[in-house]
Ligand binder design. Structure first.
Ligand code: GBH
Length: 534
């Protein structure tokens, strides 16, 4: 049975690809009318990033995006998850502020180029880069009345501009991180915290929970707009993506078993329970009392059912022990050291990450059983210890990362075929080494190595592994698009060439490009398929 599931394939409509986020890759922070995001100055402030470096250049992808698309095509991905920088679209951010045509143009061209290569754009609207002016004007995420309206207008501008071609939307990336890391621990922009050594302002006991509520409402309001105004014609899917690692009891003691559930309630349930079940987890109220901001009846109606799928970002597993005073972990202590002194798995470069694929499988099962919705894994990845200081050759031979993905892909098959979990997508993080937030550039999560002196990209072994793995473990697409894509994948060892002529390839390009009013389009598509068959 077990070995059986490992030889079964993923269905042909399974989506896999690599993920990035705007501020982590784009650079060019002051060109073409982009307004400031609150990460711009935060990352330039001494002491906020480990290596003192900022997001001004990153992987220079605002300039090198064509190269990035080419790389994705070489990897043979079916999809690319990227995020839109709000302050490129609306430089000052607000609902009455002007739209920047250059910003629209940038993402529009990127989307077209992806579709041209038959790569599905999977778009995040907010991956942590709030327009600075909204933070200055009214406190950004702290201000419910303003932010919900401003975010909704921004989302609508994006649906309007890109929704003819984008069929997968994520409203927010990881609200726990937005709230806790930005307004509790104060390690991410805007860096607010009760710790006065860190921040002159902030209240870690109240602000994160207020921000969390406002992020949920903003998400839900944008989804309502999408469903009412755009979805009937555009027919896309929309949801939110949550971070959350598997939480395992340290041992069998009842208090540690309860602790693992408490950790899940605060890491995941805080957002997932209102969105999928219509209420906060009871433990949140037990822990926070009146500090937990309520939803009105009307608000909960808006929130409940506001995600078409479960968007899952996950990296590791924690062993949980009751105790400690960290509310952000549900008053639970985390460790990777088992009672017998052994480690859970291989240690990554960052302290919070070890390689434990069984936890990934348990989490998939937990989420499927609790929320009963298809799961899109929108992030999963590993940073090899000391990769940044290795010679290039050694860094490219990233065996620890390959091992990590061997594990997660194996359990992906097991969860699908043995456990019956409906997993629809898998996006390893990240296409490129990039700006790793408070870590600066010393922690590398890329499947592709970036030499920051030259901006040259080098595929790592892990990228080759994943390309090959999906080629071998997914049913072949019978659509012309699938055939077209296989032919363009030059990295794959056993690449089969597209049968047919250059005209056929051209015709398929037309067929797979964005729907136009061209009346002969259908005819061209038919011709394309015909030429391929013959
Ligand atoms: C993702 O978050 C992000 O979406 C992505 O932008 C980032 O590059 C990637 O991870 C790699 O880090 O010890 O309290 O500071 C991952 C979720 C949650 C993982 C917070 C690290 C540290 C918690 N993160 N966690 S704490």
């Amino acid at each position: 049975m077990a070995s059986d599931s490992l030889t079964k394939l993923l269905p042909k409509d399974f989506i896999w690809g690599f993920a990035t986020a705007s501020f982590q890759i784009e650079g060019s922070t002051d060109v073409d009318g982009r307004g400031k995001s609150f990460w711009d100055d935060f990352s330039r402030t001494p002491g906020k990033t480990l290596d003192g470096r900022n997001g001004d250049v990153a992987t220079d992808s605002y300039k090198l995006w064509k190269e990035d698309v080419e790389l994705l095509a070489q990897y043979g991905v079916k999809s690319y998850r990227f995020s839109i920088a709000w302050s490129r679209i609306i430089p000052l951010g607000g609902r009455d502020d002007p739209i920047n045509p250059k910003g629209i143009e940038f993402y529009s061209k990127l989307i077209d180029a992806l579709l041209e290569k038959n790569i599905i754009p999977f778009v995040t609207l907010y991956h942590w880069d709030l327009p600075q002016s909204l933070h200055e004007r009214y406190g950004g995420w702290l201000n419910k009345e303003e932010i919900v309206k401003d975010y909704t207008r921004y989302a609508k501008v994006c649906f309007e501009a890109f929704g003819d071609r984008v069929k997968y939307w994520l409203t927010m990336n990881e609200p726990w991180c937005i709230s806790i890391l930005g307004y509790g621990r104060g390690v991410f922009a805007p860096g607010r915290s009760s710790d006065r050594a860190r921040s002159p302002e902030g209240d870690s006991s109240t602000e994160p929970w207020i921000v969390g509520r406002n992020v949920i409402l903003s998400h839900a309001s944008a989804v309502k707009a999408y469903r009412e105004i755009f979805k009937p014609a555009q027919k896309g899917q929309i949801g939110i993506t949550l971070n959350g690692d598997w939480q395992m009891p340290y041992d069998d003691s009842p208090e540690n078993v309860a602790a693992a559930q408490h950790a899940l309630d605060v890491a995941i349930g805080w957002f997932a329970d209102p969105i999928y079940l219509g209420h906060y987890p009871p433990y949140m109220r037990e822990m926070l009392g009146s500090r937990l901001p309520e939803f009105s009846e009307q608000e909960i109606e808006l929130v409940k059912g506001s995600s078409d799928f479960y968007g899952m970002n996950t990296y590791t597993t924690n062993l949980c022990r009751a105790g400690g005073d960290d509310e952000f972990q549900g008053l639970v202590d985390y460790t990777f050291t088992r009672p017998d002194g052994t480690q859970l798995g291989k240690q990554a470069h960052c302290a919070w990450l070890q390689d434990y694929p069984e936890g990934f499988r348990s989490l998939l099962n937990y989420l499927w059983n609790r929320y009963h919705l298809p799961i899109y894994v929108t992030e999963n990845g590993f940073a090899v210890k000391d990769e940044d200081t290795m010679p290039l050759e050694q860094a490219l031979n990233d065996t620890d990362r390959v091992h990590y993905f061997e594990g997660t892909t194996r359990v992906l098959l097991q969860a699908t075929h043995e456990d019956g979990v409906d997993v629809k997508a898998y996006f390893p993080w990240s296409l490129l080494d990039n700006f790793e937030w408070a870590d600066g550039y010393v922690t590398r999560f890329g499947l592709t190595y970036v030499d920051y002196d030259t901006q040259k990209r080098y595929p790592k072994q892990s990228a080759r592994f994943l390309t090959k793995w999906f080629k071998e473990h997914q049913e072949e697409s019978s659509s012309p698009s699938g055939i077209y894509k296989r032919g363009t994948s030059s990295l794959s060892e056993s690449s089969t060439k597209v049968p047919g002529t250059p005209e056929a390839a051209d015709a398929i390009k037309i067929a797979t490009s964005k729907p136009s009013k061209d009346p002969s389009r259908l005819k061209k598509i038919k011709q394309a398929v015909w030429k391929l068959i013959c």
